[in-house]
Design a protein around this ligand. Structure first.
Ligand code: SF4
Length: 260
């Protein structure tokens, strides 16, 4: 079968971007494996990547998310963004996720497929999660603040965010993650109820109030970090994003993968 050079280039680009995220400063050159030199290692306990909930609880969460999507979001006309969408983009991943990643809104590829983070920024996010954090993407949950694509990928307007964010809050109440990662300023500002910029918010945990009202009810730790689309434009900031993700891994007691 002939090699598709475009596909090969794309795969190498994503791998290299993930390596840069991990702090690599040059293309990795793999050493030939040496069976004789390899020390015997004890098999480590598998990391606890999804919440330990019973099958009944898992089924309930799955059903609640499905109902929210099919009964409320798919036919939603609460704001003007419904006029431009091809389809709504509810979000996807494990209902038992320990981490929920929240972005801003769907782009062109997401609008076409109905899936969150599947364009170029989505490829980088997948690399950050899988190669950077060492977690299968299917073990986390990924969604956006608004469920319909803003025209020309503009930032969602305050009234659009106000109309749509109750869906996001409900998703978070159903999943009850242990950590939320807010990708970019609109997600962080919506969830924290602040106007502070992402540069000042990132790098430390904040309290997200599940009730949607500050100082009322239980909280979930929230780590703001840069949006992958911004990291594609500003690769020099990837090291900071990796620092943020390492804090998330530490908070969850998950191992920090070594640079490859
Ligand atoms: Fe409804 Fe949200 Fe789409 Fe607006 S963006 S129409 S509130 S689903």
């Amino acid at each position: 079968m002939p090699i598709d050079l475009d596909e090969l280039r794309a795969a190498l680009r994503i791998r290299f971007e993930a390596d840069l995220l991990l702090g690599a400063r040059a293309l990795p050159i793999a050493a030939a494996p040496s069976a004789a030199a390899a020390p015997m290692k004890a098999t480590p306990a598998p990391p606890h990547r999804v919440a330990a909930i019973n099958p009944q609880e898992l089924a309930q969460r799955s059903a609640a998310l499905e109902t929210l999507d099919t009964s409320s979001v798919r036919g939603c006309t609460r704001c003007r963004l419904c006029e431009h969408r091809s389809r709504t983009v509810f979000g996807q991943g494990s209902p038992a996720a320990r981490i929920v990643f929240v972005g801003e809104g769907p782009g062109a590829e997401e609008d076409r497929t109905g899936l969150a983070f599947v364009g170029r920024a989505g490829e980088l996010l997948t690399a950050m999660i899988e190669r950077g954090m060492g977690i299968p993407r299917d073990d986390v949950y990924i969604c956006n603040v608004v469920k319909c694509r803003p025209p020309d990928n503009r930032t969602p307007m305050p009234d659009e965010i106000a109309a749509c964010s109750p869906y996001l809050f409900e998703q978070l109440r159903i999943i009850q993650p242990e950590v939320i990662v807010a990708l970019g300023a609109p997600a962080a500002q919506t969830l924290l109820g602040t106007r502070e910029g992402i540069g000042r918010l990132r790098g430390r945990f904040h309290d997200f109030y599940l009730s949607g009202t500050p100082m009322v009810g239980p909280t979930i730790p929230l780590m703001p970090t840069f949006h992958p689309a911004y990291l594609l434009r500003s690769p020099g900031e990837k090291a900071k994003a990796w620092e943020d993700l390492k804090l998330v891994l530490t908070r969850l007691g998950l191992p920090i993968p070594r640079s490859r």
